[in-house]
Write a protein that binds this ligand. Structure first.
Ligand code: B12
Ligand code: SF4
Length: 627
């Protein structure tokens, strides 16, 4: 039955994939910019200075060096729609100045690779339309940095002003120094209180080498403090129908309602880039946005991308608004990320009155169900209590086992039992409200051994997890883990393209790289084995009391995970059916200096209003210097 289902799925994908390949071939023959118009605002009265902003979300290179691009995506990118909205705000704010922004969104994962011919076509199109064009590499994560950098340099070479933002540059000064040295402007942190001044500077011919947030509140990080913007009044993401068409589900989109995370997990950069003080959008505006998205764009499903929606100061009015919307007869469902504590409470002892905290948790779960939640993504990450202590993810431990040092001594067995019990309660509590539990789980923490993959997967099934995503532990720049790995010289691979949580880039204290990778594969193979998948599909959702919505979604997602893992790809790294790419979309360099030599060569075409004080001589290693 399962094999039949999988075969059917793959057959469908194969038919669709054939079409995708033909489309890719067409794209190659006629490369050009995506037609502006997606989010173009046509009221152009008194426009004297039109400016076309390309927000490009780079993909990454796959193991064969190809830009990973897919027939259909799975999750629309939130950063792109957030940035598009900031352009709308700018147009409203500067309406009387004669400046008008057009927005073009380009997501390489679903729109195809930006080829050298595309760069040229964008340039020609700008000249033809008599608009200035500015390039913004958007939401660039560490694993996308090499691809983003290669694109940024090509655009710089062609004379475009180029901006570069996202978590990687926000957390890694070394990359900023390189990019700035190549004439690329870097943006550290969130753009909400920066974007207007960046554009004003550009228009005045005074674009700076770098920008970081100065207007906002002070927030604690893992080790210090940063300034982060308040987002209460910020424009909400701009829904683009044209963009959504490139995804498997056109009626689903993403929204961030709050930013930051109070916790201090040592492998995570959220607390260091967005801070530990939670900031939220105006909840009434969020609910209005949800209603508008449904009425004007047919949106009936959301991914609330907040790192921890339970810690948002505004979850209550937002969930109440969503529940009211559903009671009016509208369809609405969503998934969200939350910490384990939101649902970790146990049964009440006879005569015990629930604490305020417990009442809060119960209200959260109940309201989430009323508001249409079908899946809670919870970061379990590891069962091993010593791993939880060493990564300071103590919120997953029972209170009595939270301590400063990682050596639990005689308490180790009790602490492990406590963690298992806690995860079981989390699953049971969510299930009681009909909501599925999707957990994140990492392989390769310091106290993991070769058996951890298989064993963890079995325990996850045992405690009742519905869907699990496994990641290889990665010392991401901007995290305490990265700083420690640098201090202890345990980084084994400096190619950031591999920092995608499915490659091992650092040395493990007690396992070889091959052992860690084997454990990672064991975890997927065990959790998603044909037997376990079949068992889940036939029995589990009914026995755990999942709502029909959660059940359908879990079946769909399990099949996608089954397909994705067998296609050799991390489920969160791709989409459906990887497309072939032309030679121009293949990786040619690895390091920053190779990239500089390859793409900048002897210098740049200058562009009005942009800094051009760039190194004029190529490094001695470049092909041009040697010629
Ligand atoms: C949602 C999400 C996903 C979604 C996909 C994104 C989507 N559909 O929107 C999924 C689940 C698929 C995913 C997958 C992964 N993710 Co993720 N994800 C997130 C999450 C939780 C929210 C992203 C978001 O929308 N943030 C809100 C937006 C508005 O913030 P932003 O992107 O930073 O953009 C702001 C600024 O950076 C700046 N900015 C950004 N670009 C630009 C450009 C210009 C020109 C300007 C001016 C400003 C600017 O302004 C923006 C607005 O304020 C973040 C954590 C976080 N808090 O951001 C992790 C995060 C981005 N993910 C991370 C990782 C590691 C991954 C994976 C590699 C893990 C994995 N193996 O699954 C994959 C990679 C997949 C891929 N190819 O993208 C890390 C990245 C860290 C790093 N240094 O690389 C983060 C930070 C989480 C973490 N714990 O550290 N992710
Ligand atoms: S891993 Fe999750 S809980 Fe931990 S700091 Fe990052 S966002 Fe917060």
């Amino acid at each position: 039955m399962l094999l039949l289902l999988s075969a059917l799925l793959l057959l469908l994908l194969a038919v669709a994939g054939g079409r995708a390949l033909r489309r890719a071939a067409r794209d190659v023959e006629a490369p050009g910019p995506m037609p502006p118009g997606d989010l173009r605002i046509e009221t152009r009265a008194r426009v004297v200075r039109p400016l076309r902003v390309y927000f490009i979300k780079p993909s990454k290179y796959d193991d064969r060096g190809r830009v990973a691009t897919f027939w259909k995506g799975v999750l629309p990118n939130n950063t792109l729609t957030v940035l598009a909205a900031l352009n709308e705000s700018y147009n409203a704010l500067r309406a009387d100045t004669g400046v008008h922004l057009e927005t073009v969104l380009w997501d390489e994962q679903v729109d195809g690779p930006v080829l050298p011919e595309t760069v040229q076509a964008i340039r020609e199109k700008s000249m033809e339309d008599r608009v200035e064009a500015i390039i913004g590499l958007a939401g660039v994560q560490t694993n996308q940095y090499p691809r983003g950098r290669d694109l940024a340099l090509q655009f710089r070479r062609a004379g475009f002003p180029v901006l570069f933002g996202g978590f990687h540059v926000s957390g890694y000064p070394q990359s900023r120094v390189f990019l700035e040295d190549c004439g690329i402007t870097t943006v550290v942190g969130e753009a909400e209180t920066l974007w207007t001044s960046i554009l004003d500077d550009y228009l005045a011919g005074e674009l700076r080498p770098s920008y970081s947030v100065t207007d906002g509140i002070r927030a604690k990080t893992g080790s210090g403090e940063i300034t982060v913007p308040l987002i209460t009044e910020a424009q909400l993401p701009a829904v683009s129908d044209a963009y959504l068409k490139r995804f498997a589900t056109k009626t689903m989109t993403t929204i961030d309602t709050s930013r930051g995370c109070p916790f201090t997990c040592s492998y995570c950069s959220v607390k260091n880039v967005m801070g530990r003080t939670m900031r939220a959008r105006d909840p009434e505006a969020v609910v209005r946005w949800i209603r508008d998205a449904a009425h004007h764009h047919g949106i009936d499903s959301l991914f609330i991308v907040d790192d921890d929606f339970f810690r948002s100061p505004s979850w209550e009015p937002i969930l109440e608004g969503m529940a009211a919307f559903r009671r009016e007869g509208n369809e609405l469902s969503f998934m969200m990320q939350v910490d384990a504590e939101a649902a970790a409470f146990g049964p009440l002892a006879p005569g015990e009155t629930p604490s305020t905290q417990r009442q809060r948790c119960e209200r959260f779960l109940k309201l989430a169900a009323d508001a249409g939640c079908y899946s809670a993504f919870v970061g379990f990450e590891t069962f091993n209590p010593q791993n939880l202590l060493v990564t300071t993810k103590v919120q997953n431990l029972a209170k009595e086992h939270r301590r400063k040092k990682d050596d639990l001594g005689d308490a180790a067995a009790a602490a492990l039992a406590g963690v298992k019990e806690k995860y079981r309660r989390v699953c049971e509590n969510w299930h009681r409200h009909g909501i599925a539990v999707h957990c994140g789980y990492m392989i390769g923490f310091p106290f993991d051994g070769p058996e951890c993959g298989r064993q963890s997967a079995e325990w996850l099934l045992d405690v009742g997890v519905d869907l699990a995503t496994f990641f290889v532990v990665t010392p991401l720049p901007g995290t305490e883990d990265h700083d420690k790995a640098v201090r202890e010289s345990t980084i084994a691979d400096w190619d950031f393209n591999q920092y995608d949580s499915q490659h091992m880039v650092s040395q493990h204290p007690r396992m070889t790289t091959a052992q860690v990778m084997q454990a990672y594969r064991d975890a997927y193979r065990t959790f998603y084995s044909a037997r376990n998948t079949l068992r889940y599909l036939l029995a589990r959702p009914a026995t755990t009391g999942l709502s029909p919505l959660s059940r359908t979604s879990m079946v769909r997602q399990r099949l996608y995970y089954f397909y994705s893992y067998r296609a050799g790809r991390h489920p969160m790294l791709g989409g459906i059916w990887q497309r072939g790419v032309p030679a121009g979309a293949r990786r040619v360099v690895v390091t920053d200096e190779e990239a500089r030599a390859c793409y900048l060569g002897r210098g740049l075409v200058s562009a009005e209003g942009v800094r051009v004080e760039l190194p004029s001589d190529p490094p001695a290693t470049s092909p041009e210097a040697q010629a």
